[in-house]
Structures are given as structure tokens and as C-alpha cells.
Design a protein around this ligand. Structure first.
Ligand code: G3P
Length: 218
């Protein structure tokens, strides 16, 4: 399973990259705003900064909600750097734009997906990635993981090449359960990635090994 980090924070991206486990980055307008990135030039430069840190795909989301605007923005984003993937919202204009970009060989990530039907449409439109938001479903007492399993089943039934990019990951068990179900990618915060390291028996065991190593007079 590929690990993407869901942030526009350069320090978090650098830290995940330095661990050697990072396969890409996803951003959205809220994450960019959180870092205080404003103005077109600064936004484009920030995407370039991210591309220069990681080797893999970097999702950059369009702001427009109309088809023409999405095409204009998406073409500009795709031309910025070969690692950029154009992120489009799951609305009719977004599906149409996804079809346009996939026919041009431009990679896409269809976001704000909350149902299997929406994921089916994204695959039909040739999306490179589909982003079901599992944490936000869990937030409203709906089983987000069930949606990931449904999409996996549908995509496997027809050998769709669209990759399931499980998004809105909140914690380590989301990551582990996504891996069990067969999500192609997960995107989450640095805390969800680093949380996978944690086990008290590892800490106790290492403490003991370090103490016993002292007896070896190295
Ligand atoms: O990038 C989209 C998605 O991951 C948002 O996550 O935590 O705002 O629900 P969250």
C-alpha cells in the first residue's frame, strides 16, 4: 500500500520523506489555507516546493466548480511539474473534467467521494485515483471502512485501474484496516504514519537489549 501524507506543511512532508516510507502528498484548499499560503504565485510555488521534497505524486486541487474553470486550472497545475496530479471534486463538472484530463493523459484524483456510486463514476471517467473520505463518514456514525470495501469489490469486479486513495484518515487503525481491505493508497497526517511505530513491548525490549549490550563490553 502506498503512503501519502495529507498536508501542505513542508516540515511534516520532509519528516515523512526522511523516514523513507513516503510515496506522495495530497493537499486541498483547507490544508493550503492552514499553512497561510495565499495568492496564485505563492500557491504554485508551494506545490513546486512540495514536488522538490518528495519523489511521488502530489495532488493539487482546483478551486473552480465549473467545467471551463477546472480545465483552465487543471492544465496550468499539470504543466507546473510532472509529479502533479489534478484533484477534482466529485460533481458533474468534475467528472466531465476528469474524462477530459484522462483522455489527454493527465493524471487525476477525484475527491470528496462518499459513496460507492460516486467511486464507480470516477472510475468510468478514467480517474487515476479516487478519494473516499473515511474519517468524515465515521464522524457521522457511518462506517467509512465499509465504503472502502465496497469500492474494492466493484473495482475488482471490472478490473478498473483507478487506485483507491483512502483519505480523511485519522489514526493508525484506519491505516491498518485500509491495508487489510486492499486500499491501493492511504493519505493521512504524519501522526497516523508515525503512530504505526508505537508498541510498548518494542520499547521495553529495546531498553533491555541496550542494558544487556553494555555487559558485552563492546
Ligand atoms: O485531503 C482530503 C481529506 O483527507 C480530508 O481529511 O481530516 O479533513 O476529513 P479530513
Amino acid at each position: 500500500m502506498k503512503f501519502f501524507i495529507d498536508t501542505a506543511n513542508l516540515e511534516d512532508i520532509k519528516e515523512a520523506q526522511a523516514m523513507g516510507v513516503l510515496d506522495g502528498v495530497t493537499t486541498n484548499p483547507s490544508l493550503m489555507a492552514k499553512e497561510g499560503i495565499a495568492g496564485k504565485e505563492n500557491i504554485l510555488q508551494h506545490y513546486l516546493n512540495i514536488c522538490n521534497i518528495v519523489d511521488g505524486d502530489v495532488s493539487a486541487e482546483v478551486i473552480s466548480t465549473d467545467y471551463e474553470g477546472m480545465i483552465r486550472e487543471g492544465e496550468e497545475l499539470a504543466a507546473l511539474h510532472k509529479q502533479i496530479v489534478v484533484k477534482l471534486p466529485m460533481i458533474e463538472a468534475g467528472v466531465k473534467a476528469c474524462k477530459y484530463f484522462s483522455s489527454k493523459g493527465i493524471r487525476t484524483n477525484v475527491t470528496l467521494v462518499f459513496s460507492a456510486g460516486q467511486a464507480l463514476l470516477a472510475a468510468k471517467a478514467g480517474a487515476t485515483y479516487v478519494s473516499p473520505f473515511l474519517g468524515r463518514l465515521d464522524d457521522i456514525s457511518t462506517d467509512g471502512m465499509h465504503l472502502i470495501a465496497e469500492i474494492r469489490e466493484i473495482y475488482d469486479n471490472y478490473n478498473y485501474e483507478t487506485q483507491i486513495l483512502s483519505a480523511s484518515i485519522r489514526h493508525t487503525m484506519h491505516v491498518v484496516n485500509c491495508a487489510k481491505i486492499g486500499s491501493d493508497v492511504m493519505t493521512g497526517p504524519l501522526s497516523a504514519i508515525k503512530g504505526l511505530l508505537k508498541h510498548p513491548l518494542t520499547d521495553i525490549g529495546l531498553k533491555q537489549f541496550v542494558e544487556d549490550a553494555k555487559k558485552m563490553n563492546l
